[in-house]
Design a protein around this ligand. Structure first.
Ligand SMILES: Cc1cc2nc3c(=O)[nH]c(=O)nc-3n(C[C@H](O)[C@H](O)[C@H](O)COP(=O)(O)OP(=O)(O)OC[C@H]3O[C@@H](n4cnc5c(N)ncnc54)[C@H](O)[C@@H]3O)c2cc1C
Length: 300
């Protein structure tokens, strides 16, 4: 059984996120990264779903490749944006038929420059319901959470209410990246006050490129703390030092999250392996022993 909700019930999970490459070179690079990260035996590996038509098909190919040709347990991201309900239903049915057990149900954002994005299903929760309808008990369904609030939400309180309702319909959540453990812990506490105890896995993005992280932070509503921004700016043109600081800061964040009882750690790898491997080693996370079920034995 490789449903993520089952893995979470057994113990702390680790997971890695990848995106489908657009070029042959990117494809070869990802293959190397997967080879380097697979021995760490993550509990699962997730594949993002992009805005454009061709990358959308590549998500499916990568998920099926992982399922058939690696030991990784895949989670397929799926978004409602610019998809008709019947298209989403058939994508879900295809995953179900192929034996994919884990889906991350998202609303998604309109493709950049897209003249007329549409939402047949307005919110991620509508996709959770569709996935249940299509997959029955066959799918473990995850949803996105934004510890600092979703950037389009009218208030954090309203965002938390929508999040609690969405998590109640789903099996688990995974967060947007963030830098302060307090933001994650405040979200978990707000959810608990709202009566929601669905596990939410914190998402961790090791900084490896200053300009890139600032762009992502702006898009996602995650704040880069001033002290960290200052440290990074001081070395912004020295990639090795940026990566070193990124790994150090992410390791500290992971330790604080595990100490506070986070149910797992989800690493945004950006299809690179070095930073994730270094943090994994710093935390002394054990690679899963093949003789025991996944998700049981990560030590803080
Ligand atoms: C772990 C993770 C993985 C991601 N992967 C991808 C990916 O693969 N591809 C991609 O395109 N994007 C991805 N995203 C980004 C995500 O699609 C965006 O953040 C998007 O803007 C919101 O998606 P959502 O699923 O949280 O939407 P929703 O849950 O629908 O929320 C969107 C907004 O609507 C509000 N809202 C929710 N329900 C209601 C309601 N009933 N009535 C009124 N307002 C409501 C919320 O407060 C929020 O402001 C990911 C994000 C995370 C955290």
């Amino acid at each position: 059984m490789t449903r993520i909700d089952v893995l979470l019930a057994r113990g702390t999970t680790t997971s890695f996120e990848f995106f489908p490459p657009k070029t042959d070179e990117g494809e070869a690079h990802l293959r190397r990264t997967l080879k380097e990260l697979e021995p760490l035996r993550p509990s699962f590996a997730s594949v993002t779903y992009g805005a454009g038509g061709s990358t959308r098909e590549r998500t499916h190919q990568l998920v099926i490749d992982m399922l058939r040709h690696t030991s990784l347990v895949p989670m397929a991201h799926l978004t409602t944006v610019s998809h008709h309900r019947h298209e989403l239903a058939s994508l879900l049915a295809r995953y179900r038929a192929e034996g994919v057990q884990n889906i991350l149900a998202l609303r998604g954002d309109p493709p950049r420059g897209s003249p007329a994005p549409f939402y047949d299903l307005a919110h991620a929760i509508d996709l959770v319901e569709l996935a249940r309808e299509v997959g029955g008990e066959g799918f473990a369904i995850g949803v996105a959470a934004h510890p600092e609030g979703h950037p389009q939400a009218t208030s954090i309180a309203e965002d938390r209410r929508h999040l609690a309702t969405k998590l109640a319909a789903a099996d688990f959540g995974v967060t947007q990246f963030f830098f302060r453990a307090e933001d994650y812990l405040a979200m978990v506490e707000d959810l608990s006050t709202l009566g929601c105890d669905t596990p939410v896995i914190p998402g961790v993005m090791p900084v490896t490129d200053v300009r890139q992280i600032e762009r992502f932070a702006q898009l996602s509503g995650a704040a880069v703390p001033v002290a960290l921004a200052d440290r990074l700016h001081a070395v912004r043109d020295r990639p090795e030092q940026v990566r070193r600081i990124g790994v150090e800061v992410a390791t500290e964040l992971c330790r604080a999250l595990l100490d506070a009882g986070a149910p797992g750690l989800h690493f945004y790898t950006l299809n690179r392996s070095t930073a994730t491997r270094e943090i994994h080693a710093n935390l002394e996370l054990t690679a899963e022993d093949p003789s025991t079920p996944a998700g049981t034995q990560h030590e803080a």
